[in-house]
Design a protein around this ligand. Structure first.
Ligand SMILES: Cc1ncc(COP(=O)(O)O)c(C=O)c1O
Length: 399
């Protein structure tokens, strides 16, 4: 008699799968049904109403009218006109690049995996912002890295602390992964002085920087700062159309200087044979002559959403709560007094009909417990005040 367990026991999973045994999204999904009209502050994508559906439909028709080249294998590096358009987009956020070093990929998160494969040997150290984008940590850990957090404040990564960390480490880290502009999850933008100091430190210690930059097109006030890539051309840069057009497209890119570019290209070829020729043409035709106007319009919508959320926080959050009003991006980070644990608070909030993402999820090792992330990019602004009121109820219940 065959038993499912016996079948399962035949599977000897690789150790790297350990890091996938917990998923923040599964934990949150399990809570969504706890309330009939759940208000969800978790989604870091654009609202459906802010994605250019009609333009994407037109672009789809254009792709299909262009002949059948797109149906074949090929273009590992990506569709040539799209690579040139990406370079133009990067120039607008002060991130210089050339088309020959653009590798188009299936969303920028794939870039983390390709970079991890290319650079990490088991036991290597990778430095990340603390807090940071949790999937990046899981990806680097899945490649065998020990991921350590670099302390941050309202000006971004504290470079003096990073220097002290480097002095203490037995070997230099393989790379530094950072989100300097409208960071996920804090919304913090690294100051120009800190950018320069980080780039100088990395150059002095011969450490590669990977700059993840999904949000810089959405600046609501202040001046565009030079990207790390602008300050040091050795920086590897990750970009995406997920926030400016749609995450469903799964089109992003890596910009990496030679000789690293060649290695990443080789990995992409092994992983996917070629690029997604249909999606990359679709993105090109949708973006060409359109994306700047669309982003300018969407930026105003996001700015209004941010302001609505800030007003709600001012109205409902208890004394002693801190938040930084982000100059751009999709996220707002709220810090409660130290005694609160937002992992526990989430369950109470879900019972009250609201979901946020607890801060601990964003720290390697889940070390800090009194913060939470609110995303204002996708939630209907009419629900924000009620959502924050429900969070306040949960805070009051926690005492
Ligand atoms: C910092 C950061 N990097 C990467 C991603 C993933 O982007 P993509 O859809 O391009 O894979 C996200 C998505 O939320 C993000 O916040």
């Amino acid at each position: 008699m065959s038993s499912p367990n016996r079948e399962m026991n035949r599977t000897a999973y690789a150790e790297r799968l350990d890091v996938f045994q917990t998923s923040l999204w599964l934990e949150v999904d399990a809570m969504v049904d706890r309330h009939p009209d759940m208000i969800f502050f978790g989604n870091g994508g654009p609202a459906k109403s802010l994605m250019p559906a009609d333009r994407l439909a037109e672009a789809t028709a254009t792709v299909w009218s262009e002949g059948l080249d797109m149906l074949t294998y090929g273009e590992t590096e990506g569709y040539a006109p799209l690579r040139r358009l990406i370079v133009e987009q990067m120039a607008k956020v002060n991130a210089p690049a050339v088309a020959e070093e653009i590798l188009v990929i299936n969303g920028s998160q794939e870039g983390m995996d390709i970079i991890g494969r290319a650079l990490i040997d088991p036991g290597d150290v990778v430095l990340v912002d603390a807090p940071t984008f949790p999937d990046a940590v899981r990806i680097y850990e899945s490649h065998g890295a020990t991921v350590l957090g670099m302390p941050m404040d309202d000006e971004g990564v504290i470079v003096d602390d990073v220097r002290a960390m480097l002095d203490r480490l037995p070997a230099k880290p393989k790379f530094i992964y950072t989100i300097p502009t409208f960071q996920n999850p804090t919304g913090v933008t690294m100051s120009l002085a800190r950018r320069q100091a980080l780039v100088d430190l990395a150059r002095e210690r011969d450490i590669l920087i990977v700059e993840d930059d999904p949000y810089s097109a959405f600046r609501y006030e202040g001046e565009t700062l030079p990207s790390l890539r602008a300050l040091d051309p050795a920086t590897v840069y990750l970009g995406t159309f997920s926030k400016t057009l749609s995450p469903g497209l799964r089109v992003g890119w890596i910009s990496a200087p030679e000789p690293l570019y060649r290695q990443l290209f080789g990995l992409k070829e092994v992983m996917h044979i070629g690029n997604n020729r249909i999606a990359t043409r679709l993105v090109y035709h949708a973006a060409n002559g359109f994306i700047d106007g669309h982003v300018a319009w969407a930026r105003e919508q996001y700015r209004a959403r941010r302001d609505t959320l800030v007003a709600a926080l001012e109205q409902y959050m208890p004394a002693g709560t801190k938040w930084l009003v982000p100059q751009g991006g999709f996220f707002l980070w709220v810090e409660l007094p130290e005694r609160y644990n937002t992992d526990d608070l989430l369950a109470a909030a879900a019972d009250n009909g609201v979901i946020f993402l607890p801060g601990s999820w964003f720290y390697p090792g889940r070390t800090k417990h009194n913060a939470f992330r609110l995303s204002f990019s996708s939630l209907d602004p009419d629900l924000m005040a009620e959502g924050v009121r429900r969070i306040r109820l949960a805070i009051d219940q926690a005492g």
